[in-house]
Ligand binder design. Structure first.
Ligand code: CU
Ligand code: ZN
Length: 194
């Protein structure tokens, strides 16, 4: 009986000590994570993530990641719930996805007064003319764009994507029809909010 009591005591002690150890490790981890983020914030690097929500009775959702480093912005957009085939994706004027058809975001973001067109075209293009991407048979599609013509929260009206919206379209951008590219309805929307 005495022996059993000692064993229980030992087990209790072991548990309480290991609990203490775990707590200590957690505290140390948290401190290290906090230290890690401090230098990142003090550099020019910026990051933000935009959630895309279905519009116009679609099933299209997704995530768009933006990262700015040394004056270059990398956008990676990943969508699902699409119809198979080619779809347009643009930046539109306002971060307001309240309308059921996404029209509350306004037209294409065009701060430099250019015609609608293919990104990089000599004939001109909107700063929001990201272009087209392919959705596969599973309804999934992705597109990446790297550019120095955007910034994240720099305040330059010709470059700053904050306060705008990402729109995914049901159809394809023909890069010719003004000012929309005749890309069809707006099936997914996400406000770019810092
Ligand atoms: Cu659009
Ligand atoms: Zn456009």
């Amino acid at each position: 009986m005495k022996k059993l009591g000692l064993v229980i005591l030992l087990i209790t002690l072991t548990i309480s000590f290991s609990c203490k150890d775990n707590k200590k490790e957690t505290e140390v981890d948290t401190e290290m994570e906090m230290e890690d983020t401090t230098p990142a914030e003090s550099t020019v690097s910026q990051e933000l993530m935009v959630k895309l929500e279905p519009k116009s009775d679609s099933q299209v959702s997704g995530s768009v990641f933006f990262k700015e480093e040394n004056g270059m912005v990398t956008m990676t957009a990943m969508m699902s719930g699409l119809t198979e085939g080619t779809h347009a994706i643009h930046i539109h004027e306002k971060a307001d996805c309240s309308a059921a058809d996404g029209t509350s975001t306004g037209g294409h973001w065009n701060p430099t007064g250019q015609p609608h067109g293919k990104w990089g075209s000599e004939e001109g293009y909107h700063k929001g003319d990201i272009g087209n991407f392919e959705a596969n048979a599973d309804g999934k599609g992705a597109i990446t764009l790297v550019t120095n013509e955007w910034c994240i929260g720099c305040g330059d009206a010709t470059k700053d994507i904050v306060g705008k919206a990402i729109i995914v379209h049901d159809g394809t951008d023909d890069f010719v029809t003004q000012p929309t590219g005749a890309a069809g309805g707006r099936v997914s929307c996400g406000g770019i909010i810092q």
